[in-house]
Design a protein around this ligand. Structure first.
Ligand code: IMP
Ligand code: MG
Length: 181
């Protein structure tokens, strides 16, 4: 795998700093909330990030998972999202939801997903992303919590994949263009 990595973008230490910083902010923001907090991990890419983050959030919380994908092939995202695994919860008005995502690109996935959860009357819906590529935005969307803003480069590792590979790298790296060109 190493020969496919152009360079390391976010190393282990920085990932650790990011999850510590975000968890502290989340703890402060939700400390006085009257509703239980549910962390929604978006499978599969957010799994390592959510696992590290939740261990540092010193508040009672519950865990759920969703699996969503955008319609259309390739690196371009078309308008709709498909729900492969839905939230196993009802009465969302009783909960604060925090959606944990690996990366925001066009913004379509999270803007649609947050709208969907708000339509189900969740008490609150916020988003936390490890990485953000704002220069790629196709719809207006700003995550509530963001680990790191990055340039328009294809990144892999720490959950992020290219064709389902590289998710197990312990850092975020830039994928060599020769791998996908
Ligand atoms: P959006 O709807 O375009 O914001 O899509 C975000 C999703 O696209 C992420 O959850 C990733 O699955 C995928 N994605 C976007 N950029 C990258 C990248 O650089 N590496 C790996 N996956 C990416
Ligand atoms: Mg994803």
């Amino acid at each position: 795998m190493l020969q496919d990595v152009e360079r390391i973008l976010v190393d282990k230490d920085e990932l650790d700093e990011i999850t510590t910083r975000l968890a502290e902010k989340i703890k402060i923001d939700y400390a006085n909330s009257k509703k239980p907090l549910i962390l929604i991990t978006i499978l599969k890419g957010s799994m390592p990030f959510a696992a590290d983050l939740m261990k540092k959030i010193d508040l009672p919380l519950e865990l759920e998972f969703m699996k969503v994908s955008s319609y259309g092939a390739g690196t371009k995202n078309s308008g709709e999202i498909k729900i492969h695994l839905d939230l196993m919860r009802e009465n969302l008005e009783q909960y604060d939801l925090l959606v944990v995502e690996d990366i925001v690109d066009s913004g379509r996935t999270l803007s649609r997903l947050t709208q969907l959860l708000k339509n189900r009357n969740a008490n609150s819906v916020r988003t936390c992303t490890l990485l953000d590529k704002p220069s790629r935005r196709e719809v207006p969307f700003t995550p509530d919590y963001c680990g790191k803003v990055i340039e328009d480069e294809f990144v892999i590792g720490y959950g992020l994949d290219y064709n389902e590979k590289y998710r197990n790298l312990p850092y975020v790296g830039v994928l060599k263009r020769s791998v996908y060109m």
